[in-house]
Write a protein that binds this ligand. Structure first.
Ligand code: FMN
Length: 386
């Protein structure tokens, strides 16, 4: 599909994928590969190995794949590099990447006979009638990541930055109502741990005249590109809304009734509140909402002197993504020796959450009406900032 004069989207839509290294991709994903056609043909990134046939079909509609002269590897993760070996076999193309990219490629593939052109940060290359500028974005989200600016057509090929896990027949931001939500979920689950590096990366592109941002997953940013850049800065700077996310699990619903009482109190003070039973919600959806939440409330009953396993899994995942500075509340029902909230608070501490505690947040067995009233009153005070 043509996206600009000599530039084509030749990516692959992975309609079926539902598990992307633990990220539940409810609507699949895409691996976007872009072809710059010219005296010298340049392919930007590739697709997973099992989708090689579709990738080749897409390229074949524009040029003979044998005629690819260069392949830009912005990021070595196999969702973008998986088809490289076969493409190089067919075309003998030269790989353009940075020093880390070459190192990572050599740790994934037998690169002995591959031709490399190694670029540095800020370097420009003239290839055929095209000028490409390479900007390193290390740790967004691997050490090798970089982005490419195509000067003549004013396109930023941003690789995983600004991506969304979304399989759709549409290719542009304005065609997808929920595109910011998809991008937010991607940010929360892939980029959040490295978010402090984002403002300087955006600083590096701020003087570029950009008409299209072409990421390696999801749709192309055309009408909402300023909006998504602004959102990236907000998310990177931990901007929060007056919002609470309550995450819980339960065996016999005692902790659930505590979660609902907390929600009632928060809602009555005007806090936007979301409740997720962790065993029934993809953790990536929960993290999307935690990204810009002011309050994070985690509830678990005590099972065998600890949290429920589903909550332990969630806490471990959240710890890795490192949201920081939230207001944290731990709660739960127990029988004889309460242990779950201690485990929850340990994680809160590691994330520099401000922990708010109260004796009403631990209830022995089934909460009575007066217990729930105390919890409701606690949530009222919490929402009012008392
Ligand atoms: C298999 C099992 C193990 C339990 N282990 C503990 C425990 O180690 N410490 C404790 O205080 N309560 C323990 N309990 C009691 C539960 O925490 C208690 O029943 C609680 O009210 C359950 O809340 P829920 O309905 O929200 O899951 C255990 C219960 C079960 C069924």
């Amino acid at each position: 599909m043509k996206i600009k004069n000599n530039v084509y989207w030749v990516g692959v839509i992975d309609w079926d994928i539902r598990d992307f290294h633990g990220y539940t991709t409810l609507s699949g994903s895409t691996y976007n590969s872009y072809l710059i056609k010219g005296k010298e043909n340049i392919l930007i990134d590739t697709a997973k190995e099992y989708l090689f046939a579709q990738l080749i079909n897409g390229i074949n509609r524009i040029i003979d794949p044998k005629d690819i002269d260069y392949i830009v590897v912005n990021h070595v993760e196999k969702d973008h590099s998986g088809s490289l070996e076969k493409l190089i076999e067919i075309s003998g193309a030269t790989i353009i990447t940075n020093d880390k990219g070459k190192e990572h490629l050599s740790l994934h593939y037998n690169v002995k006979d591959w031709d490399f052109l190694i670029v540095d940060n800020g370097e420009e290359l003239s290839i055929g009638e095209s000028t490409l500028k390479f900007i390193k974005t290390p740790m967004l989200h691997w050490p090798d990541n970089m982005i490419v600016y195509y000067k003549e057509e004013k396109i930023l090929f941003s690789n995983d930055a600004f991506g969304q896990h979304l399989a759709s027949s549409e290719r542009y931001d304005y065609e997808i109502d929920e595109v910011i939500e998809y991008a937010k979920e991607y940010f929360a689950n892939i980029l959040m741990p490295y978010r402090k590096l984002i403002p300087s990366a955006i600083e590096n592109i701020k003087d570029l005249e950009i008409e299209l941002i072409c990421p390696s997953h999801g749709v192309i940013w055309k009408e909402k590109k300023e909006e998504i850049i602004k959102k990236y800065l907000d998310w990177a700077n931990d901007k929060v809304e007056n919002k609470a996310v309550i995450v819980y699990d339960t065996m016999y619903n005692s902790t659930k009734s505590m979660a609902y009482a907390l929600a009632d109190g928060l809602i009555d003070t005007g806090v936007k509140t979301l409740i997720y039973k962790v065993s029934e919600t993809p953790i990536n959806v929960i993290m999307r909402e935690i990204l810009d939440a002011k309050y994070v409330l985690v509830g678990s009953s005590t099972l065998n002197q600890g949290c429920l396993p589903t909550i332990a899994k969630f806490l471990n995942y959240m710890k890795g993504l490192r949201p920081e500075g939230k207001i944290g509340v731990a709660f739960g029902s127990y029988g004889w020796m309460e242990m779950a909230t201690e485990e929850i608070k340990e994680v809160f501490k590691k994330l520099n959450f401000k922990i708010i505690e109260d004796s009403c947040l631990k209830v022995r067995f089934v909460p009575k009406e007066e217990d729930l009233k105390k919890i409701y009153d606690f949530a009222l005070k919490l929402g009012e900032g008392v």
